[in-house]
Design a protein around this ligand. Structure first.
Ligand code: GLY
Length: 353
């Protein structure tokens, strides 16, 4: 397993072999009833009624690759090698079947037998507890990782802001455990205390296992959900960066067509200057994002998700100018060509895009 396509398909096939039903990606535009975000921001979001116990899932175990768009990260894109607004999220979901042990078992097998990650570069974080939520440290997750043979010093306990997940407001939520890849001291801050959770680029979080057993209410309290569930999110582009041992998601095979197009059309190479690096990153991310947003029916406007689209188009145009690039819209053809096989809506709505 090496390419982005192999990771996407390999993940879904692996979880199918473990009894999960392959379920299609929902639209980037959440359904009417979902007011939690403007755009779908996680693999679990279209599945929320199943987690909340309001609807019966098509199967008790599902696996998906979901299109997501994270609006809070718009301004982060370009500044580092891994923040994206638009990306694909792989996930395995258990509605009241397996819980912490099953999730960690599957992740361990996939990471070491399929992704073949170097065990010396593997770290995890776990929920360290939170007084306000009235929840203690996730001792069970610690014990399960240790039982797998992970050295205790590579299990880092972090607070609620890192290791307690909800979609952004009231709804299903729970403590999580995150899987990290150590990209080496040389890309980090070199501080002795540097570890997952550090702001520097050394440790890349690529998979989050959420133990979704609570519902978060408007007043900030949590109550147990009817069942103990699992929701996981493995960022496809970050996973590909780990497999291909490259520092930046923009250097993975999944971005090559768009990155090559930007370089060829502008005559400015990626990495040529700080300005060029930032421009290429923003153009590649926003180019994919705008293509997918229009593919799902969003039109530029002054409010709501239309404003998000307008904002990323404007940011892309500004960056294009810094490297002398015009005719930006042609970039969307390359995205549709590369991704249309998995997302036929890009081909179907090619003219509108
Ligand atoms: N739902 C888990 C995640 O998006 O990280």
């Amino acid at each position: 397993m090496r390419t982005t396509a192999e990771l996407r398909e390999g993940f879904l096939t692996f979880f199918e072999s473990k009894g999960h039903k392959r379920h299609p990606s929902g639209s980037l535009v959440p359904p009417e009833w979902d007011h939690s975000t403007l755009l779908n921001s996680a693999g679990m979001q279209p599945l929320m009624p199943y987690f909340a116990g309001r609807e019966t899932p098509p199967a008790p175990l599902l696996t998906t690759v979901q299109k997501v768009f994270r609006t809070p990260d718009i301004d982060e894109v370009g500044l580092d090698s891994f923040h994206l607004t638009f990306f694909e999220m792989l996930g395995n979901f258990s509605f009241g079947e397996y819980f912490k042990e099953g999730a960690i078992d599957f992740a361990w097998e996939f990471v070491f037998d399929h992704m073949r990650i170097d065990p010396d570069k593997f770290w995890v974080t776990v929920f360290g507890g939170d007084v306000e939520l009235g929840l203690g440290e996730d001792e069970e997750a610690v014990r399960l990782w240790e039982a797998k043979g992970l050295p205790p010093e590579r299990i880092v306990r972090l607070d609620r802001s890192h290791n307690f997940w909800s979609v952004g407001g009231p709804g299903p939520c729970g403590p999580d455990t995150e899987l990290f890849y150590d990209r080496g001291e040389e890309v980090g801050c070199l501080r002795p205390e540097c570890a997952p959770g550090c702001e520097c680029e050394r440790f890349l979080e690529f998979w989050n296992l959420v133990f979704m057993e609570y519902e978060l209410h408007e007043d900030g309290t949590v109550t147990p959900l009817p069942k103990q569930n699992v929701d996981t999110g493995l960022g496809l582009e970050r996973g590909a960066a780990v497999l291909q041992d490259v520092i930046s998601v923009y250097e993975t095979d999944g971005y090559q067509a768009i990155m090559d197009w930007i370089a060829a059309e502008s005559g400015v190479a990626f990495g040529e200057s700080e300005k060029a690096t930032k421009a290429h990153r923003i153009l590649a991310d926003h180019g994919r994002g705008m293509t997918f947003l229009v593919g799902d029916g969003v039109v530029p406007s002054n409010e709501g998700r239309g404003y998000v689209l307008r904002r990323i188009i404007r940011r892309a145009v500004q960056q294009a100018r810094t490297i002398g690039l015009d005719d930006l819209w042609r970039m969307t053809d390359g995205v549709a060509e590369q991704m249309g096989h998995w997302y036929p809506e890009l081909v179907e709505h090619g003219e509108r895009i």
